[in-house]
Design a protein around this ligand. Structure first.
Ligand code: 13P
Ligand code: SF4
Length: 321
């Protein structure tokens, strides 16, 4: 961290320097809703995983500055391989990606050779290259329903999203045992307490939450779907079961509503904040430096990249067949 500070003049106006670099480098800044508010404010586009992938594929900019986590920046490069994709912090990973190492996933696939491998976008490029089709939380239901009924399915790496999709689609799927540290650790006790004190509030939840929490939800959807729901119900009160970074945009699109984030439980059983520490590794300082240095840059083995593109292109087509 000391190193990082020594590279930046403390009197710099970071926002205006980033704007200058954006013009100089012909760059676009893409940000996920879980980023800090100051990052959302300098972004050209904010979206859920599906929308960010589409934007990355369609952009004319020469440089994509990806303010999210590494698997998202990798997807941007896979879909638009001629671009330079930089990320503020290469250590911004994901617990779902970590839960699914390629050599074990390969064995899983080999155990079910006739199954279609449907994989959540929250995974490495290697896993995407080993998959038949990629889904996001906003596209998964439609894609799974497009798979012919006589085909069996394996789903990785999020078991909670997998269980939710089994219920929604009626399709049986063999699930990988992975989970998101943020959505799995929301405190049920704190959720109940919030609902007791705000009985008129609607509980809105991301499908990465375990079934035990989703049972309380009035509405379930991807980050963009949750945001749209609050927009459509301006003046409401919401208990938000997803990473709290999104509440910044919820306030903007639904200015007359009230929002409550839900604490998590730490290992000692104490209530704690429910931020994604991977997403929060990105800062304005690191964005400025990655644009100035054009690094760290996402680099992928071309063979893996091209194979992964097949499964991601299928996702963008919105159908398995
Ligand atoms: P979506 O933005 O696609 O809903 O995904 C949420 C998430 O977990 C990002 O890491
Ligand atoms: Fe991964 Fe969960 Fe963080 Fe999303 S919120 S990046 S799924 S750890």
């Amino acid at each position: 961290m000391a190193e990082l500070h020594s590279q930046i003049d403390p009197y710099l106006d970071l926002e205006s320097e980033i704007l200058k670099l954006k013009k100089e480098k012909n760059a676009i800044i893409l940000a996920h809703y879980y980023q800090d508010s100051e990052i959302q404010d300098i972004a050209d586009f904010i979206g859920d995983s599906f929308e960010l992938s589409k934007k990355a594929k369609d952009t004319d900019a020469e440089m994509i500055v990806f303010c999210g986590v590494k698997f998202m920046a990798e997807a941007a490069l896979i879909l638009n391989p001629d671009k330079k994709v930089v990320i503020p912090d290469m250590k911004a990973g994901c617990s779902l990606e970590d839960s699914c190492p390629p050599h074990l996933f390969k064995q899983f696939r080999e155990k079910y050779p006739d199954h279609v491998a449907v994989t959540y976008i929250n995974c490495s490029a290697e896993i995407k290259a080993l998959s038949d089709i990629i889904v996001t939380s906003s596209s998964a239901e439609k894609i799974i329903k497009s798979i012919p009924k006589d085909k069996q399915i394996i789903f990785a790496p999020d078991k909670h999203l997998g269980n939710y999709l089994i219920k929604k689609t009626g399709r049986d799927m063999v699930l990988w045992n992975g989970s998101c540290v943020v959505h799995e650790n929301f405190s049920e006790r704190e959720l109940i307490r919030l609902k007791m004190h705000h009985s008129n509030a609607s509980i809105i939840a991301h499908p990465e939450c375990p079934v035990s929490l989703l049972e309380y939800a009035d509405f379930i959807g991807s980050t963009s779907a949750l945001l749209n729901y609050t927009k459509e119900h301006n003046g409401g009160e919401f208990i938000v079961l997803t990473e709290p970074g999104i509440i910044y945009q919820m306030h903007k699109v639904s200015p007359d509503s009230n929002f409550h984030d839900v604490p998590s439980l730490n290992k000692s059983g104490c209530a704690t904040c429910s931020e994604c520490h991977f997403m929060k590794m990105n800062t304005l300082e690191k964005i400025y430096l990655c644009m100035k240095n054009s690094a760290p840059e996402i680099v992928l083995d071309p063979q893996i990249r091209d194979k992964a593109k097949l499964s991601l292109d299928r996702m963008l087509q919105g159908s398995y067949v």
